[in-house]
Design a protein around this ligand. Structure first.
Ligand code: GLA
Length: 383
């Protein structure tokens, strides 16, 4: 994570005011992909890549936002209604918009943003940006929300302001993650359970360098296809409003009424929910072998039934299989590129990362970024 003292210096140099400083992490999902918007289960981990925000009030009625990552400053009238403009400022201004809709009134402020979550890599850089901005602007008016509520508000920023039809996983883990733990979330009622990650297990995150975007076409298409399958089941069993409530037997009975792609998407979502709960139980009892097996099954389902992977991500997973220390590997996040998560024995992690990088570069011609990460705390104030 970047140094908050450096962020402070940047903010003071630019805005001549002492900032309050907040942090919100990115995430990696161990298992449970495209299940969140079906009110199912996910098991993400907050990671030690994060976005920092420094904030101080202004008296000129302006909102001035500077991103060190984009090297760009933008100013807005604090009284005006924010409008989305397909620019990175949509995330912080979307937060202002949604919270204003909740009845809050914000004064002008200066906001400095600086993060090291790789952008567009499936590690939730946008969720980190939303959550950190929400904490920062709420602090200005002495307000706060419980983590799960904050997550829901930040999800609404994506859904209602940015125009990305995502579920709640990313915002939830960024707001509620816990050091050294994975979090099993029930996306229906937002109840969750923490499972410790053994100290001898490393999270090796391998970036395929293939960019993904959840605002792009594939994510909403997959979502629509799986929801169409659910509608077929619901026409027979009205108490199945979401695939969370469906079973594999439902697919056997009524799968023939579905478009073939919809049937495949639903098979992934329904089986993924089962795997995710089983994986959290395996992690809780320390059965890493079973967890690894479930991750392999999950990747296969994500790739073959959901068609959510890509050649490069499949290669990254395949190339990890016989490397010493591997417990489990799969593509993580929204899909169609981004990163794989590899659970690896800590003592082998450095050698694993090096070997995987070399193999991937040799096979694809792309030099990947590989990071050895650990599970970190959710968003909070630093100073
Ligand atoms: C993206 C979305 C999440 C979730 C995942 C897929 O990260 O933001 O809500 O749907 O994809 O599991």
């Amino acid at each position: 994570m970047h140094d908050p003292a450096v962020l402070r210096s940047m903010h003071v140099a630019r805005f001549h005011a002492e900032p309050a400083i907040f942090v919100a992490p990115g995430r990696v999902n161990l298992i449970g992909e495209h299940t969140d918007y079906a009110e199912g289960f996910v098991m993400p981990v907050a990671i030690n890549f994060a976005t920092l925000a420094g904030i101080s009030p202004r008296s000129d009625g302006k909102i001035v936002i500077y991103s060190e990552n984009f090297g760009e400053e933008r100013a807005f009238d604090a009284e005006a209604t924010p409008v989305a403009s397909k620019h990175w400022t949509d995330y912080p201004m979307g937060v202002v918009s949604i919270l204003t809709g909740e009845g809050h009134k914000f004064p002008g402020f200066s906001l400095t943003l600086w993060g090291d979550v790789p952008l567009g890599s499936g590690l939730s850089s946008s969720a980190a940006l939303e959550v950190v901005t929400a904490l920062a602007v709420l602090s200005l008016i002495g307000a706060s929300y419980p983590g799960p509520v904050l997550a829901r508000l930040c999800q609404r920023v994506e859904n209602e302001f940015v125009g990305a039809n995502c579920g709640i996983m990313d915002q939830f883990i960024s707001a509620n993650g816990k050091e050294n733990h994975a979090l099993l979330l029930d996306c229906r009622d937002l109840s969750f359970r923490l499972a410790p990650i053994p100290a001898n297990v490393a999270l090796v995150i391998a970036n395929t360098m293939v960019k993904h975007s959840i605002a792009g076409g594939d994510y909403p298409t997959r979502r629509r296809e799986s929801e169409a399958a659910c509608a077929v089941i619901a026409s027979h069993r009205p108490n199945v409003p979401f695939l969370r409530d469906a079973t594999l037997e439902d697919l056997e009975k009524w799968g023939h009424e579905m478009a073939p792609k919809s049937l495949m998407r639903a098979r992934h979502v329904i089986s993924e929910n089962l795997r995710t709960v089983a994986a959290s139980e395996a992690l809780l009892r320390g059965d890493m072998k079973e967890l690894g097996r479930l991750m392999a099954e999950a990747h296969h389902s994500y790739s073959v039934d959901f068609e959510g992977s890509c050649v490069e991500a499949d290669a990254m997973v395949a190339l990890a299989q016989d490397l010493p220390g591997l417990i489990g590997a799969r593509l993580t996040g929204g899909g169609f590129g981004g990163c794989t998560i590899n659970l690896v024995e800590q003592s082998q992690a450095a050698a694993f990362a090096e070997a995987l990088g070399a193999r991937y570069a040799a096979q694809t011609g792309i030099v990947p970024e590989i990071h050895i990460c650990h599970a970190s705390d959710g968003a909070h104030q630093l100073r």
